[in-house]
Write a protein that binds this ligand. Structure first.
Ligand code: NAI
Length: 324
């Protein structure tokens, strides 16, 4: 089997991820930065392509008649024309739920940074702010305990439930608004509530829903105005769940206190993004999924998926799945 790997630079730092599992399955060609107009030429006569964000359109599949398999390095599959894949007999497999622990951990990293002012104190120390003081402890920036605070989770599936468990361990009250309330009703430390109540009562609102028609710009000037002026908004889901201009205005006007986001509508960040120069916002560049262990796990599953396909028993095939 001829296998082409595209987008490798989006998943590995200086070759820190082994492709041995894939190499055992066939003749491997690996490309780092891809996703442009050369996709057809790069895939060529390969039987399988493994990729991340490269768009696998009908034109690509029709231009590569040998192609029978698309293996994705992640969960989302909106970059692949699934209807065309079905029609052309191309199997598409993804890697579901590989990063729930990592994203929950990152969410709490952002929350802890906010309540403990960690990055700000680090910057203070780096600029000599601890060396010039009289006392051992320099706590001029106000910090807060998480215990007793309320976190509100919008979307409470795999990641949201892990965040809820961590929040419970910190002594936080957990509210959740999930499209399917059945998924959370038996978890004792999660209280399912309507969206408006969640927004009004939460000290931290954290987004863990997918981007779909029902969540696009769910966070906008109207919903932001329901939040506490002291609240933190955390987004590790998808940028499009937030109206970014409305959030920038809300941060400017003190409608909410702060935001911490790992994802933007436009990635990589553009000069024009309304949030770039917003007040009281912390960014990470879409890295919640990217700890080493998580990326190693992805490639183990990518190789298992391709092996299963080669043995005639495809696993994690996304065909006929509807986007949630
Ligand atoms: P999941 O599918 O297990 O859970 C999502 C939950 O959101 C489901 O329970 C669903 O019922 C609910 N939901 C859907 N529409 C809703 C709505 N309109 N209102 C309220 N709830 C709604 O997905 P999982 O694994 O928890 O991931 C959540 C999202 O996290 C993903 O869709 C993805 O966008 C994002 N993500 C971000 C990563 C990063 O690196 N920042 C990495 C992995 C995922």
């Amino acid at each position: 089997m001829k296998i082409t790997v595209l987008d490798m630079d989006t998943a590995s730092i200086d070759g820190d991820i082994s492709l041995d599992g894939l190499a055992m399955l066939g003749e491997l060609r690996v490309f780092g930065q891809t996703g442009g107009k050369d996709t057809v030429a790069l895939i060529g006569d390969s039987d399988a392509v493994v990729c991340n964000k490269t768009r696998i359109t009908r034109e690509v599949m029709e231009g590569c008649p040998s192609l029978r398999y698309v293996g994705l390095m992640g969960t989302g599959f909106d970059q692949v024309d699934i209807a065309a894949a079905d029609e052309l007999g191309v199997t598409v497999c993804n890697v579901p739920s590989y990063s729930s622990d990592a994203v929950a951990q990152h969410t709490f990293g952002l929350i802890l940074n906010h309540f403990g002012r960690i990055a700000e104190y680090t910057a203070d120390c780096a600029s000599g702010g601890w060396t010039r003081k009289q006392y051992f402890s320099v706590f001029g920036r106000e910090m807060h305990e998480l215990a007793g605070k309320t976190v509100g989770l919008i979307g409470c599936g795999g990641i949201g439930r892990k965040v809820a468990k961590i929040a419970d361990a910190f002594g936080m009250k957990v509210l959740a608004y999930n499209r399917d309330p059945e998924r959370i009703k038996d978890i004792p430390y999660i209280t399912g509530v309507p969206l408006e109540r969640l927004l009004r009562e939460s000290d931290v609102v954290s987004l863990h829903c997918p981007l779909n028609d029902s969540t696009r710009e769910l966070i906008n000037s109207r919903t932001l105005s329901m939040m506490k002026p002291t609240a933190l908004l955390v987004n590790t889901s998808r940028g499009g769940v937030i109206n970014e201009a409305d959030l920038a205005a809300a941060l400017r006007d003190g409608v909410i206190a702060a935001a911490a986001v790992d994802v933007l509508t436009e990635e990589p960040m553009s000069d024009g993004t309304p949030l770039r120069k917003a007040k009281n916002i912390v960014f990470t560049p879409h890295i919640a999924w990217a700890p080493v262990e998580t990326r190693i796990r992805v490639f183990e599953i990518v190789a298992e998926n391709l092996k299963a396909y080669a043995e005639g028993r495809p696993q994690n095939a996304v065909h006929f799945h509807k986007t949630v």
